[in-house]
Design a binder for this molecule. Sequence first.
Ligand SMILES: [Zn+2]
Length: 251
Amino acid sequence: MKPTIPPESSSPLRIEKPPPREEPSLHGEILGRLRDYLVEGNIPDGNRIPERQLCDMLGISRTPLREALKVLASEGLVDLLPNRGARVRHLSEQDLGELFDIMGGLEGLAGRLACENITDQEIAEIERLHYEMYGFYLHRDMHNYFNVNQLIHQKIVDASRNMTLRETYANFAGRIRRVRYSANFARKRERWGEAMREHETILEALRRRSGAELSDILFRHLRNKRLAAVEHLNETGEPPSASAPAHPRGN
Ligand SMILES: [Zn+2]
């Protein structure tokens, strides 16, 4: 089997066999589990990915792990290192501020366009997800809460019917997904309750198809997340300098 891309160096990364095609769902499942694992902060910011440990945890060999890491690198969650390893991407306070503001702008625009284009059926689906999310909130199930939450945001972006916006959103969403998750832990659980209340107003504005209002709410929602994310960064995650041990995280 010939590699289609000639290796630039003698790095063996490029001449490994191509990603397996026969089991796309398995690949997707590994990718999803690995993404969740990283998003949920199990490996501190800037730390190296413990490949052997993750292979054991996921019950896979190195090749599929590396394939998954490549995808996560393209999503901005990890950085691949020249010597084949990878590390969790570190975002500074400045990076966070910039990324959250861009997301606020994109989501605000999405909200405005969604109100022009969304169908009754799509609103009903978001409403259903909203109450499902509320159930997870009441049970303090952060994992499922977060996944449904992200789905709601995604559905609003989809309803904008703007493919360019969707692609741009996907690019930035991947880069701050991790921080977005951890921001819910800031100031104990206050932010979580606040976010839930904001989602009530998101749903109401959507029901009324009030584009300007929804746009404002979504921008502020991301602003508040930005504050919480920065606060959380300052509470726990100093940049991983020599002195910073892996900090324990409550779930
Ligand atoms: Zn939200």
